[in-house]
Design a protein around this ligand. Structure first.
Ligand SMILES: [Zn+2]
Length: 511
């Protein structure tokens, strides 16, 4: 089996990077606009002779594997496997005891942040402003990203620096300097079900962008298998047999603070099947508590199937438009309590609407019906629907939307650029794109249609939750890569960028 060094020798870094972004040759090197920061002058250099890339704008750099891991937001090992697969290089990875030491390092870093919070006046003011109590600070072990050199010194002193770097939370810039992803931010630690720290979220204290940063995926942190607040909510979930699902970190924190302690959130993703499975081991039902705007409704439509599939009963509570649980709870906690206590199971609510003759509720109920894992329950529901509408049961059964999960094999048929393209369409929801000018596989075309029809359940979770450092840039590059026309690009990227900033839900593509 080849070693890492041999693998890197076989892989042409220019070839790897140019499959993601456009490179231009300048002398012996290649340059590009950096995909990792807002870069208008090309500051991003690739040196084929040294096999490395380096950005002189934001300081990132490394080998081909590091690039793939950063660009695709996967951990180093996963990036390595991807490359090995792409270049058909056999590879055997040893699983090490290092995982255990990563947890030790993460705990140490969480301690550091938590201590630093006590020293930061600014962070303290921020918490006060958001009305986060000291109870919540301790319960969630909130922290503050203090002096990076101090953190580095602590980790180095305990021999944990190198192992911690693998989480990509802390990146080495050169011999002596490091960049901490959470510097000057309020830090929200994420724990697994057993209480081990596995990742961090960071909120800027002012108007700095981005508002939130999160730990990249790593060997110990896989978003789709974890929920924020799960550890803190565990005993309350078991006790109440019900989970309240909200969208953001501060929603969870505020809810716990107001005594709704069975509250959790997906980690900046739409709820995955794996997260549903995790919940189904603790509770019998789940209440989705989302903003009543169109984004909230879309999130509900794509989350509910994954809860029904694992046999959970689902309730949906929409907040008044423009409100999230964090803001609403601070305005009127009694109203929230009432909304939650009055919530009925989704199918009952929809049946009631059908009784009142609402056509949309009928379609919606059919849609959700097809995900109910318990055949008897599904049958009874259809029978009731049949008697309400005077439609024969067999007809209703025929009209159930198809719900087969995509198989692993089909998943692999999507190319990287197709996945980014579909994720972009799902995210931005643009209807005006001329898809005939794109080179798409039948599989990708089918999924594109599914998004247009609102059948988000057909979209693989990994596409729905694709996280890229600079999504717009990646989306552009993928459109460019999928475009049929070489000399005359059919897409005006400038207006695309403008349009996506101004009207993120409707991208206008000029032709
Ligand atoms: Zn850069």
């Amino acid at each position: 089996m080849p070693s890492l060094r041999e693998l890197l020798k076989k892989v042409d870094i220019v070839d790897v990077i140019s499959s993601y972004i456009e490179l231009r040759q300048v002398g012996n090197n290649y340059v590009a606009r950096c995909p990792f920061h807002q870069d208008d002058t090309p500051s991003f250099y690739v040196s084929p002779s040294r096999g490395i890339f380096k950005c002189f704008g934001c300081g990132v750099g490394g080998d081909a594997i590091k690039f793939v891991s950063m660009y695709e937001n996967v951990d180093y090992k996963e990036a390595l496997l991807k490359l090995a697969q792409k270049y058909k290089i056999p590879l055997k990875l040893k699983s090490s005891k290092e995982d255990q030491r990563v947890y030790v390092a993460l705990q140490r870093v969480a301690d550091f942040y938590h201590e630093e919070l006590k020293l930061s006046k600014r962070a303290f003011e921020y918490l006060k402003e958001r009305r986060i109590s000291s109870w919540a600070v301790n319960r969630f072990f909130l922290g503050y990203g203090g002096e990076t050199s101090k953190l580095v010194k602590i980790l180095r002193g305990e021999g944990l620096l190198e192992v911690y770097e693998k989480t990509s939370n802390l990146n080495r810039l050169d011999e002596e300097s490091y960049r901490d992803l959470f510097k000057n931010r309020l830090v929200i630690p994420i724990r697994d079900l057993g209480g081990r720290f596995i990742a961090f979220g960071g909120r800027s204290l002012g108007d700095e962008h981005p508002k939130y940063v999160n730990s990249p995926e790593s060997e110990v942190f896989k978003k789709r298998y974890n929920l924020f607040g799960l550890y803190e909510a565990k005993e309350y979930l078991r006790e109440s047999a019900e989970a309240i699902i909200v969208e953001g970190y501060f929603d969870v924190i505020s809810m716990h603070q107001e005594d709704f302690r069975n509250c959790v959130a997906p980690l900046g993703t739409s709820l995955t099947l794996e997260q549903g499975e995790l919940l189904s081991k603790l509770v019998k039902s789940a209440v989705l508590l989302y903003d009543g705007d169109s984004a909230g409704r879309r999130a509900v439509k794509s989350s509910v199937p994954n809860l029904l599939r694992v046999g959970l009963e689902v309730k949906v509570v929409y907040l008044p438009e423009g409100e999230d649980p964090d803001s609403f709870i601070k305005k009127d906690v009694r109203a929230l309590r009432e909304l939650l206590s009055k919530a009925k199971p989704l199918h009952e609510e929809l049946l009631n609407k059908v009784r009142k003759g609402e056509k949309e509720a009928f379609e919606e109920l059919l849609y959700y019906c097809s995900f109910i894992s318990d055949g008897i329950k599904r049958y009874e529901l259809l029978k009731e629907l049949s008697s309400l509408t005077n439609m024969p049961l067999s007809l209703l059964e025929d009209r159930l939307p198809k719900v087969e999960l995509k198989t692993k094999k089909e998943k692999e048929e999507l190319s990287y650029h197709e996945a980014v393209f579909l994720a972009g369409v799902f995210r931005f929801g643009f209807e005006s794109l001329q898809t005939e000018s794109l080179r798409l596989s039948p599989q990708a075309l089918e999924l594109l249609q599914a998004i247009k029809d609102g059948n988000y359940h057909l979209l693989p979770d990994y596409v729905k939750n694709l996280k890229l450092f600079n999504f717009e840039r990646a989306f552009e590059e993928s459109l460019r890569a999928l475009s049929l026309s070489e000399e005359l690009p059919p897409i005006d990227f400038e207006s695309l960028r403008e349009a996506s900033v101004k009207t993120p839900r409707k991208l206008r593509i000029k032709r």
